[in-house]
Design a protein around this ligand. Structure first.
Ligand SMILES: [Zn+2]
Ligand SMILES: [Zn+2]
Length: 374
C-alpha cells in the first residue's frame, strides 16, 4: 500500500468478477476522492448475507465486477474538495442507506422510507486489468480501502472499537431499526422474532431496548434459540418440532403477538408472521427474499384472517435508518451496555479467510464474522 505518484492508493479487496463467480482477493488501485467523496481506510468489515445475495443475484442494478462488503468501519484518510464532514482522521461507519433528500419519500417528509439507491464513486480499479469496480450496496468494505460519498461516512465515537462499530453499518442497524423505527415497538409489547441470525438477534435487542415485555424467539436451530436467550428472549420456540404459529399463540394466552418480525427472507415465514399476530398487529418483513417468490395472505374473512383483525404488513430492507442520527445513538447504547455488539461477533478473521466466513454463515455456525484489517 501507499500512495503512487498520481495520488492513487494501492489496496487489496474481495472481488466478484460476474454474477455467481467465486470471490477473488485482488490487488486494487484507488484513485483520490473527487468532490463530495471520501477515502476510508477500512479497519473492520462484517460479513453479511447480502454479500452472497449480491454475488448470486446481482448488485441492485450496479455493474460487475463488484467489490464485496457493505458493513464496514474505519478511518477517513482523505477527503475530496468541498467536504466539511467527516474530516481526515475521523472514525466512521459506512452506510448504504442514507436518505438522499430529493426522492419522493424524502421530499414529502418521510426520509426513513427513502427510495434512493446509492452508486459508489468510480474510483476503485482492479490492478491487473484496470476494470472499474462497484461496491456491494455502493460501499465495497471488504477491502483495505474504499471511496464513498461523504454523506455515507458517519462519524462515530472513537471509544467504540471498529470491530463492533462496523456491525452498525448493516445487520445491527437493520434489526434494531426494524424494531424501533419500522415497527415502533412500545413498552409492554408482545413480540416474536422468527429467524435468529444476526439481523433477528438485532431486532430482538431493539425490541428489548424499546421496552417489549414478552420476546418470543422462533427458529429451527437450538443453537440460535440459545443465542436468543442471551440477547433477552423471554420464550423460545423450536419450530423444527412444533407449529410456530400455534406455539406463539399458546405462549400469549391464545392472543398472538403485537409485532412479529420475519428475518429469514423465506416467503412462507412472512405468512407465519402474519398469522401469529393479535388484533391490529404488525408483521415486519426484513429478510431479502429469493427471486422469484410470493407471499400468501390469509384473506377469508374468518376471525383469524388479516381483514377482520386489521393486520399490517410492513417491509424494511435496512431498518429505515437516518444513519447520522441513529448510528451515534446505537453507538451510545453499545458504550452504555444496552446494546450488545461484542456478543454478536462470533469470529474474527482475515480477508483471505472470506470463503470460510461464507461457509460458516450459511451453516448457521456464527452470528457474525468480522474481517479485521491491520
Ligand atoms: Zn430519498
Ligand atoms: Zn447487510
Amino acid at each position: 500500500m501507499g500512495a503512487d505518484a498520481d495520488g492513487s492508493v494501492r489496496a487489496t479487496g474481495a472481488v466478484v468478477d460476474r454474477i455467481g463467480a467465486e470471490v477473488e482477493i485482488e490487488e486494487l488501485v484507488i484513485d483520490p476522492p473527487a468532490a463530495g467523496e471520501v477515502l476510508v481506510r477500512i479497519a473492520a468489515s462484517g460479513v453479511c448475507h447480502s454479500d452472497l445475495w449480491a454475488r448470486d443475484n446481482g448488485n441492485w442494478g450496479a455493474p460487475f465486477p463488484m467489490l464485496l462488503g457493505h458493513e464496514g468501519a474505519g478511518t477517513v484518510e482523505a477527503v475530496g474538495p468541498g467536504v466539511d464532514s467527516p474530516r481526515v482522521g475521523d472514525p466512521v461507519v459506512l452506510s448504504w442507506a442514507v436518505p438522499c433528500g430529493v426522492c419522493g419519500p424524502c421530499r414529502r417528509g418521510v426520509p426513513r422510507r427513502c427510495s434512493h439507491v446509492w452508486t459508489q464513486p468510480a474510483r476503485v480499479r482492479r490492478a491487473r486489468d484496470a476494470a472499474s469496480l462497484a461496491g456491494t450496496l455502493s460501499l465495497g468494505t471488504l477491502a483495505t480501502h474504499t471511496v464513498v460519498h461523504a454523506a455515507q461516512a458517519i462519524p462515530m465515537p472513537a471509544e467504540l472499537p471498529f470491530r463492533e462499530a462496523c456491525l452498525l453499518g448493516c445487520g445491527v442497524s437493520t434489526g434494531v431499526g426494524a424494531a424501533i423505527q419500522t415497527a415502533r415497538v412500545w413498552p409492554g409489547a408482545r413480540v416474536a422474532v422468527i429467524g435468529l441470525g444476526g439481523i433477528g438477534l438485532a431486532a430482538l435487542q431493539g425490541a428489548r431496548i424499546a421496552g417489549a415485555e414478552q420476546l418470543i424467539a422462533v427458529d429451527l436451530a437450538p443453537r440460535k434459540l440459545e443465542w436468543a436467550r442471551r440477547f433477552g428472549a423471554t420464550d423460545t420456540v423450536d419450530a423444527s418440532g412444533v407449529d410456530a404459529v400455534a406455539a406463539v399463540r399458546e405462549l400469549t394466552g391464545g392472543d398472538g403477538v403485537d409485532v412479529a418480525f420475519e428475518a429469514t427472507g423465506v416467503p412462507e415465514v412472512v405468512s407465519q408472521a402474519l398469522a401469529m399476530l393479535d388484533y391490529a398487529g404488525t408483521a415486519v418483513a426484513i429478510g431479502v427474499p429469493p427471486i422469484p417468490s410470493a407471499v400468501t395472505l390469509d384473506w377469508n374473512g374468518s376471525d383469524r384472517s388479516a381483514y377482520p383483525r386489521k393486520t399490517s404488513l410492513v417491509i424494511t430492507d435496512g431498518g429505515d435508518p437516518i444513519p447520522s442520527e441513529d448510528f451515534p445513538e446505537m453507538a451510545r447504547w453499545a458504550l452504555e451496555g444496552k446494546l450488545d455488539l461484542g456478543g454478536m461477533i462470533t469470529r474474527e478473521l482475515a480477508l483471505t479467510d472470506l470463503e470460510e466466513a461464507f461457509r460458516a454463515m450459511l451453516s448457521g455456525e456464527v452470528i457474525r464474522s468480522v474481517v479485521l484489517f491491520d
